[in-house]
Write a protein that binds this ligand. Structure first.
Ligand code: MD3
Ligand code: FE
Length: 204
């Protein structure tokens, strides 16, 4: 795992918020439901990219369209794609950009990200707005965990073994950022879903 605290200047953070307001205008935030029980998450979500992550009574999956509007997800904005290439050094693009919106009471229970066919592709997380108390465990649910804060402008790159570790958001620390006038936290999670084409030896 690579934590990149303060990676984004305040100008870059503001530019991302402008892009996100346009995304939310065409792909509105919604409250996903937990598999089986159907109880709502406290986090509201939307997506951009070709593959949007969904949770509902039927389970978890990637979908090309918004569950309420039926429209294709908006494209991942260029500045977000630039961050992926800049931090991963990879030539292939991410396909999913999950937008998680946390109000002051929202949290995300301990879980693993395992709905992707591209199991070894890294995951990039971008934090904006209020600071989160984040928990990172290990390969088993019972593995020891450590907690740290994710502040506005911090990036986290999950690569290698940490890609498969348990993690969650214990709580938001309200009033810790002035980036979002309405308060709250936005996390962008960039993922590759299908296996990337392997580069050919010798290129072309
Ligand atoms: C550690 N989101 O959407 S991002 C998720 O802050 C999710 O909204 C959290 O977990 C959030 O699935 C955490 C950081 C993150 C993302 C993927 C990971 C941490 C991770 C995968 C493995 C280990
Ligand atoms: Fe996750």
């Amino acid at each position: 795992m690579r934590l990149l605290p303060g990676f984004l200047s305040s100008e870059r953070q503001h530019a991302l918020v402008v892009e996100l307001r346009a995304i939310v205008a065409s792909a509105p935030l919604y409250s996903p439901a937990m598999p089986r029980t159907g109880s709502p998450y406290s986090v509201r979500m939307t997506n951009c990219g070709s593959h949007g992550w969904l949770s509902d009574r039927a389970g978890y999956r990637y979908s090309p369209t918004h569950p309420l509007t039926g429209a294709p997800w908006p494209a991942i904005p260029r500045p977000v794609l630039d961050l992926w290439h800049e931090t991963t050094g990879l030539a292939y693009e991410p396909q999913a950009c999950l937008v998680n919106w946390y109000g002051p009471e929202a949290r995300l229970g301990l879980h693993r990200d395992q709905d992707e066919e591209a199991r070894e592709a890294p995951i990039l997380s971008i934090s904006l707005g209020d600071t989160a108390l984040f928990r990172l465990g290990g390969p088993e649910r019972r593995s020891p965990t450590r907690s740290f804060r994710l502040a506005s402008g911090d990036l986290m790159l999950l690569d290698g073994p940490s890609r498969h570790w348990f993690h969650g958001v214990d709580r938001i620390l309200p009033g810790t950022s002035r980036l979002l006038p309405e308060g709250g936290r936005i996390n962008l999670t960039l993922r590759r879903v299908t296996l990337p084409q392997l580069p050919m030896p010798g290129g072309r």
